[in-house]
Design a protein around this ligand. Structure first.
Ligand code: CUA
Length: 331
């Protein structure tokens, strides 16, 4: 009995581990709302179909059950015109009911005026996200900041393989394809933090290719932009530990990571200008100094397939100093 219980609970755990913090059916933006109503409509239609099929199934099982005196095989039918027409026409009608609002929604979205929309360039690479705000010359990674009630057009690019941008609460799911620019428009309507992830299998680190969208009030968004434009490394009072971390950063990390959020100063790795304010390390671990240390010590273990090299020759104390310094990159 104990063994069975144990097996059962491990199976349950296995299924639960597939769940993530991504909220799929709780939209906070107008595109997400529209998509939810389409999902609901298709579920209602499917439920009607399932209800009719199950009811007929039960009725037939009862009606044609084996009874004494019955022949073992019922009369075999072929070519029943009425039935054939019914099961050909009915799905067409159902598809039509589904297609009308769907087409209306897709074309309605495509025809919307984007002249006032904010443009953000999104670049996906194995296995992280870069967000550029060309209008204001700011760049960030892993956390996309958006002002509330502002229509945003995301221009989606990929550096290597096909990825897919997916923040279900704000709407959409759009592929990022190398050599091509796809567009996705969203209008967040509620202040909050929303989880997103890559929704197209792209390699070993695919399931860790997460990101966060922070929807701020207009004021807070402007504050964030101002902060990103500032030089993070100056004007801060650093402790001896943090100063040492900064030196180590200059020696080991600065060739790939910028600590300024200005586009022209950006480097090939994820931008770290507001790192201390971020929720996650590498998009997966909670942003705490011990977790950051864990990531720095063995990136491959935390995010398989990541292109982040393991810094060589650093002592335990060096990792601590480095992780403390990175936490100072904040507002
Ligand atoms: Cu990128 Cu999956």
């Amino acid at each position: 009995m104990k063994k069975i219980l144990c097996l059962f609970s491990s199976c349950c755990l296995l299924f639960i581990s597939g769940c993530s913090s991504i909220d799929v059916l709780n939209p906070k933006g107008n595109q997400g709302n529209e998509q939810l109503s389409l999902i609901k409509l298709s579920i209602y239609i499917m439920m009607i179909v399932i209800f009719v099929v199950v009811a007929l199934f039960i009725w037939f099982v009862y009606k044609y059950r084996a009874r004494p005196g019955h022949q073992p095989l019922p009369r075999q039918e072929n070519r029943n015109k009425k039935l054939e027409i019914t099961w050909t026409v009915l799905p067409f009608i159902l598809l039509f009911i589904l297609a009308v609002p769907m087409v209306k929604s897709v074309f309605g979205e495509a025809q919307k005026d984007n002249s006032d929309a904010m443009k953000i360039k999104v670049t996906a690479s194995e296995f992280w996200w870069k967000f550029e705000y060309p209008g204001v010359g700011v760049v960030t990674s892993q956390e996309l900041h958006l002002p509330k009630d502002q229509r945003v057009v995301l221009e989606l690019h990929s550096k290597d393989v096909i990825h897919s941008f997916w923040v279900p609460q704000l709407g959409g799911k759009q592929d990022l394809i190398p050599g091509r620019t796809n567009k996705l428009a969203i209008t967040p309507e509620k202040i909050g933090t929303y989880q997103g992830k890559c929704a197209e299998f792209c390699g070993t680190g695919h399931s860790y290719m997460r990101f966060t969208v922070k929807v701020d009030s207009k004021q807070d968004y402007e504050k964030w932009l101002d902060h990103m434009k500032k030089d993070q490394s100056s004007g801060q009072k650093l402790s001896a530990d943090e100063t040492e971390g900064r030196k180590l950063f200059g020696k080991n990390c600065l060739s790939c990571h910028a600590t300024s959020g200005l586009i022209h100063a950006d480097k090939k790795g994820p931008n770290l200008a507001d790192f201390g304010d971020r929720d996650h390390v590498a998009g997966v671990l909670k942003n705490t100094p011990p977790n950051l240390k864990q990531w720095l010590k063995d990136p491959e273990k935390v995010k398989p397939g990541s292109h982040m090299p393991k810094p060589e020759g650093l002592s335990e104390h060096d990792y601590t100093a480095l992780s403390h310094y990175l936490q100072t990159l904040k507002k």
